[in-house]
Ligand binder design. Structure first.
Ligand SMILES: [Zn+2]
Length: 129
């Protein structure tokens, strides 16, 4: 069993859930729209398939929805509590969404894969990528 903070760090840095070393996405720059979603077939370090079955990441859409809601609700509550203008809230939220949507996309996929694949101490002995 790996410490929770290490798993969380691997999750937010989009590392393989099995070895916590391999990269989950092919291209490091997530703001290149054409290549932002590309994932390797398998982890370059431990061989964990990045898409275990066809259509695996449909469920990640729901996680993405939840992550956006986790952003929206606190921002909206702060707007209401401090009596801030709703138009500024809306504009700032839209700008924030556009800025972080590639990361949320990747994070939701990573979260979904982390739900099904556990850390494997033996797999972590592979060479660091
Ligand atoms: Zn791996």
């Amino acid at each position: 069993m790996k410490p929770l903070n290490s798993t969380l760090l691997s999750l937010v840095t989009l590392k393989c859930p099995r070895c916590h070393k391999g990269k989950m996405f092919t291209h490091a720059n997530m703001y290149v729209w054409k290549t932002s979603h590309l994932m390797p077939e398998a982890c370059e370090c431990c061989g964990q398939p990045m898409e275990p079955e066809t259509g695996f990441y449909y469920g990640a859409m729901y996680l993405s929805y939840g992550l956006y809601t986790m952003l929206f609700v606190p921002m909206f509550l702060l707007t209401v509590l401090f009596d801030l203008p709703y138009l500024e809230f809306f504009i700032s939220f839209v700008v924030l969404i556009f800025a972080i949507s590639p990361y949320i996309f990747r994070l939701s996929r990573a979260c979904y894969l982390y739900l099904f694949v556990r850390y494997d101490k033996e797999a972590a002995k592979c060479k660091a990528a």
